[in-house]
Design a protein around this ligand. Structure first.
Ligand code: ZN
Ligand code: ZN
Length: 280
C-alpha cells in the first residue's frame, strides 16, 4: 500500500463485514488508512432499513450496537482519526424511518445513496441495483428524480456515488444527461448538501470515477462541495485511486473538500502536489 502525500483528503466511504458483502472490522480499515497516510477515515457501512428492504446487503437493525462498538474500538485505537458514519439508502417512503433513526444516532456524517430504483425483493441475492427501468433514458430520468427527492428530504449530508447508474456502462448523451441531472444538482445545492467523489467506479465495468467530469463541473458551477470516498469493501481498497480523484477535483476547479464532526462540515483545502494549505 503506497503512502500518499500530506494534506490528502480523508476517505469518507468504507464498509465492514456487517453488510454481508464486505470484509473486515472498522479498525482494519482505520489501520489501512493510517498506513496510506490519509488524514482521517469515516466508517460508513450500509445502514439498516425497515420493511425488510434489501436485508442481504446491510446490517440488521439489531447489529447496529455491534457496528457502533466496532467503530468505537477503532476510535480508541486511532484517537481523532475515525469518524462514525453510515451509508443510508434513500428510497420512496423511507423518510419517516430515516428522520427518526438517523437523528437518534451520534453520527459524524451520513451518506445518502440510491441503490435501487424500485424496492428490491427481500430475498434478492444479486446486487444489480439500478438499471432496466424503461430503457436507458427512462432509467436515468427515474434515477435523478430520486436524487432530487433525496436532496429535498434534508436527511443526509452527502450524496453517495452520484452517477453510479453508469456502473454497467449505460450512459446518456451529454444533452440528455443535462436535462436529467441539472434539476437534481440544483436541488442538491439548495439543500446545502455535498457530493462524493467515489473511486469505486474504477473497479467496476465502467472504469470511471463517480461522478463523471461533466457532472462534477456542473456541481462546481453550483457551489456544491465535495468529499472523497473509496467505497472500500475490503481494507486494502482504502484510499484507492485517490490520486486520480484529486486530479479530477482539481481539474473541475475544486481546491477544498469537506470534513465532518457531528454532522457539521468544515472546508479543508487539499493539495496533492505539495501539501501546501490553501488555494492558490
Ligand atoms: Zn456495498
Ligand atoms: Zn453505495
Amino acid at each position: 500500500m503506497t503512502p500518499v502525500p500530506s494534506n490528502w483528503p480523508a476517505d469518507y466511504h468504507s464498509h465492514t463485514r456487517l453488510c454481508k458483502h464486505a470484509s473486515g472490522e472498522p479498525r482494519d480499515y482505520a489501520r489501512a488508512a493510517r498506513q496510506r497516510g490519509l488524514p482521517e477515515l469515516a466508517t460508513t457501512d450500509h445502514g439498516p432499513t425497515p420493511l425488510n428492504y434489501d436485508p442481504l446487503h446491510r446490517m440488521e437493525m439489531e447489529q447496529f450496537p455491534e457496528y457502533l462498538g466496532g467503530v468505537r474500538a477503532a476510535q480508541r485505537e486511532e484517537p481523532g482519526f475515525v469518524l462514525l458514519g453510515i451509508e443510508a439508502d434513500y428510497f420512496e417512503s423511507c423518510e419517516s424511518f430515516m428522520a427518526d433513526w438517523l437523528a437518534a444516532q451520534p453520527f459524524d456524517l451520513v451518506l445518502g445513496s440510491i441503490h435501487y430504483l424500485s424496492p428490491p425483493a427481500p430475498d434478492r441475492s444479486e446486487f444489480k441495483p439500478l438499471w432496466n427501468f424503461g430503457g436507458i433514458r427512462g432509467t436515468w430520468k427515474r434515477y435523478f428524480e430520486l436524487v432530487g427527492k433525496l436532496a429535498d428530504s434534508g436527511l443526509y449530508d452527502i450524496v453517495g456515488h452520484l452517477d453510479m447508474l453508469k456502473r454497467n456502462g449505460s450512459r446518456l448523451a451529454d444533452k440528455e444527461l443535462r436535462e436529467c441531472a441539472l434539476p437534481a444538482l440544483d436541488r442538491i445545492a439548495a439543500a446545502g448538501m455535498a457530493i462524493e467523489i467515489n473511486t469505486s467506479g474504477l473497479r467496476h465495468a465502467v472504469k470511471e470515477i463517480y461522478p463523471s467530469p461533466l457532472l462534477l463541473s456542473w456541481a462546481r458551477e453550483r457551489g456544491i462541495p465535495i468529499v472523497f470516498g473509496s467505497d472500500a469493501h475490503q481494507p486494502d481498497q482504502v484510499g484507492s485511486a485517490f490520486e486520480q480523484a484529486v486530479r479530477l477535483a482539481r481539474e473541475s476547479g475544486y481546491t477544498d473538500s469537506l470534513r465532518f464532526r457531528g454532522r457539521v462540515a468544515a472546508r479543508v483545502p487539499f493539495d496533492a502536489a505539495s501539501g501546501a494549505h490553501g488555494p492558490c
